[in-house]
Ligand binder design. Structure first.
Ligand SMILES: [Zn+2]
Length: 337
């Protein structure tokens, strides 16, 4: 398999004692999903730094642009923080950032419908605090409830009935049982990938023939990025998001790795589907403001003491859900050129 075409690190930062590490930037010169060299520039992300926890990570010189692959349609950032730096920052802040468990009862109920003979053989990729595993546990299905994540959260640990696979979905070497799963949930994961092709190779191994991969991620062709430009989309402006999918990009990488799309639908992000009406007026107001002045929204937000970029619209469907089925019965159909 080709290695991802991440170029040499640029603008190496000075070592800063006491910090997670100093940020270095990787130049992304080809499409991370299909290796095509012809990315079409979409614009520069308007900020000059990312905010994550208490960290303010200054952008590299020249800023961070978003490009769109002319072959497969994947949108990607042209500069990414070095993985070691991102991991260190995550380790420092993630337990706080993801505290406050989501209610995933609806997702679990949908998964139960996929259980064969009452058995749901599930791997949750990016299990975080185990909310999905717990919701599945409450349904009382038989079968494995396993997790893949970089960190072991106590919440997920308590819900395991299977294995914990330590690593990233796009890690070149994953240590696991080798017993593939009937269902692999990949919610809010695909946007974090440095190496999408490696991730799909791993998925192919993790899913049994005829098994399913359930995906939820941002939709680069949804209304908001279309209207304001990909580089203005709130979802692109997050430090930890690297690549942005659409139906075409997903279809192409799925087909190359022996999967077919059996379902694809636009969706609101799952954390927002059940958004309380408390505060929704304020969000609509912000959204209205953003429509009027997209370029100066961040400045206006700063006036109000907020580190805003683009507000999310409470009714925006800027994600998609997809279900892939592993088609070919043998593990030898992956042809990477
Ligand atoms: Zn591509």
């Amino acid at each position: 398999m080709n290695e991802p075409r991440l170029g040499p690190a640029v603008a190496p930062g000075a070592a800063a004692p006491g910090e997670p590490s100093s940020v270095r930037w990787l130049a992304v010169e080809r499409c991370p999903a299909c290796d095509d060299p012809n990315g079409v520039p979409q614009g520069l992300i308007p900020e000059s730094a990312y905010a994550f926890g208490a960290e303010l990570v200054p952008f590299p010189e020249g800023g961070i642009a978003v490009a769109r692959c002319s072959a497969c349609g994947l949108a990607y950032k042209t500069r990414l923080p070095q993985p070691a730096y991102l991991s260190a920052v995550f380790e420092k802040y993630a337990p706080d950032k993801w505290r406050g468990r989501q209610d995933l009862a609806d997702e679990a109920a949908a998964l139960k419908g996929l259980a064969a003979g009452g058995e749901l053989d599930l791997l949750d990729v990016g299990a975080a605090d185990g909310a999905l595993l717990e919701a599945c546990a409450r349904l009382g299905t038989a079968g494995r409830r396993s997790a893949l994540d970089v960190m072991r959260y106590p919440g997920a640990e308590a819900q395991l009935r299977g294995e914990f696979i330590s690593g990233f979905l796009d890690s070149p070497m994953l240590e696991w049982s080798g017993r593939p799963y009937a269902v692999v949930a990949v919610y809010d994961v695909l946007e974090h990938l440095y190496r999408p092709r490696q991730a799909f190779q791993n998925l192919r191994a993790l899913v049994r023939p005829g098994g399913l991969v359930l995906i939820e991620t941002g939709n680069a062709e949804s209304d908001w990025p279309r209207r304001f430009g990909l580089h203005h989309w709130w979802y692109v402006r997050l430090f930890e998001h690297h690549v942005f999918w659409c139906l075409r990009a997903l279809e192409r990488i799925a087909a190359r790795h022996g999967f077919e799309i059996v379902l694809w639908e636009e969706a609101r992000h799952k954390s927002r589907r059940h958004a309380s009406f408390v505060g929704i007026g304020e969000k609509l107001l912000k959204a209205g403001l953003y429509r009027l002045v997209p370029d100066s929204y961040a400045d206006i937000a700063r006036w109000f003491g907020k580190r805003g970029n683009q507000p999310w619209h409470p009714f925006a469907k800027d994600h998609f859900r997809a279900c892939l089925r592993r088609t070919s019965p043998h593990g030898d159909a992956v042809v990477e050129t």
